[in-house]
Design a protein. Structure first.
Ligand SMILES: [Zn+2]
Length: 256
């Protein structure tokens, strides 16, 4: 099969894909089972350890289960890399195409690993990804991965991909029963808001054995806390502050 015909076969396969809902759910559950059985890291559906290798395992399982191996063939020797990002705090995943200085093309699928870890605590609210409710972390990971697989397929077949566009949504719906292209994962911002910590909150934390009190200036993976300090940098309110980057879990709301 030539690279061009592999791409055409893949495009035909996704555009003509038809399967009853139960068949799709069955295949998705089979992949869930495959990951749990074959991963060297994921030990349970609410796993606490994951490795980029697991994404590769999922790619193979989805490519076989839904695309008859056509994705691998359409890649035509170009590399597909997998990455877990603890820093992505809004998107559940991304798929990108890169061209190296030497003119070599490769693709990269990234999954926001930390955002998955934020959810699925015992007291947490329900979580949906791509419009489907997820019972556990691995289900949410699968939904994100399916979404990224559609991005990859679109890039391979049509050189561009847009999950806000009808073609993407049509494919995601027929192949994976997705009803939306968004997620309702628990973001750090929400997690922090839940504990009452938000931008502007007065918080305390321990730094090198000393308790410090300051105000939250920014919230991402960590909070940026400004603590008044005569040696610090001058801010627009005329006072001097020193900046501390503190993991949100280490912060406590100051009493007053
Ligand atoms: Zn997308």
């Amino acid at each position: 099969m030539t690279p061009a015909s592999a791409r055409i076969t893949l495009a035909d396969a996704v555009l003509s894909f038809q399967a009853p809902e139960e068949t799709i759910q069955q295949r998705v559950r089979q992949i869930h089972h495959t990951v749990l059985t074959h991963s060297r890291y994921i030990r349970s559906a609410n796993y606490s350890v994951i490795h980029p290798e697991d994404l590769e395992l999922m790619f193979k399982a989805y490519d076989e289960g839904f695309f008859d191996g056509h994705c691998q063939r359409a890649l035509d020797g170009r590399k597909l890399r997998f990455r877990l990002s603890p820093r992505m705090t809004k998107a559940g995943g991304t798929t990108a195409r890169f061209v190296t200085a030497a003119g070599e093309t490769f693709y990269e699928i990234t999954v926001a690993s930390s955002m998955l870890f934020e959810g699925f605590g015992q007291m947490d609210r329900r979580i949906s990804v791509c419009g489907l409710e997820c019972e556990n972390r691995l289900e949410a990971l699968q939904r994100i991965f399916e979404h990224e697989m559609v991005h990859l397929v679109e890039q391979l077949c049509w050189q561009s991909s847009n999950c806000a566009a009808p073609r993407f949504q049509e494919i995601a719906r027929r192949l994976f029963l997705h009803r939306a292209h968004t997620h309702k994962l628990i973001t750090r911002r929400e997690r922090a808001a839940q504990s009452g910590i938000r931008v502007g909150s007065r918080v305390t934390f321990v730094f090198e054995g000393r308790p410090l009190t300051g105000r939250v200036n920014r919230l991402t993976k960590r909070a940026t806390v400004l603590v008044e300090d005569p040696e610090g940098e001058r801010f627009s309110d005329g006072r001097r502050y020193r900046k501390y980057y503190v993991p949100i879990v280490h912060l406590q709301l100051a009493v007053a």
